[in-house]
Write a new protein. Structure first.
Length: 125
């Protein structure tokens, strides 16, 4: 029996899978963890409301090159709600719904919301 060569699936190079006209400039990940261990958690702190506000503002501005994604724990639970923007690697803490316009400015124009920027968890910043 002949051995079959298995080629790894490369999604980013397969023109039948990837629409090259769709590019993501920035991606906001917002912690929505709802830990029940007694520690503070981002979810109950208003993360879902923040995500909805950011998404609504992005829709109103017609932004198509940015993404907003709820995610699990990002680490600094006592500072939440927390978020990070990639590829910029800008971390945010103590966010609330009032920060949505500033986050949208970062996502679209690359201008970080300086008042809420923190160092990455585990960094010396």
């Amino acid at each position: 029996m002949a051995r079959k060569t298995i080629r790894p699936l490369t999604l980013l190079s397969d023109p039948d899978i990837v629409d090259r006209s769709m590019t993501t400039r920035r991606h906001l990940f917002v912690c929505t963890s709802s830990r029940s261990s007694g520690k503070p958690a981002c979810g109950p702190g208003g993360a879902d409301t923040l995500i909805a506000a950011v998404q609504n503002l992005l829709l109103a501005r017609g932004a198509t090159e940015v993404l907003v994604t709820p995610c699990g724990c990002l680490g600094p639970c006592f500072d939440g709600p927390n978020a990070v923007v990639y590829p910029d690697a800008i971390w945010y803490a103590h966010l609330d719904v009032g920060d949505a316009p500033g986050l949208v400015e970062h996502l679209i124009d690359g201008l970080p919301l300086a008042a809420k920027v923190i160092g990455a968890p585990g960094s010396a910043d």
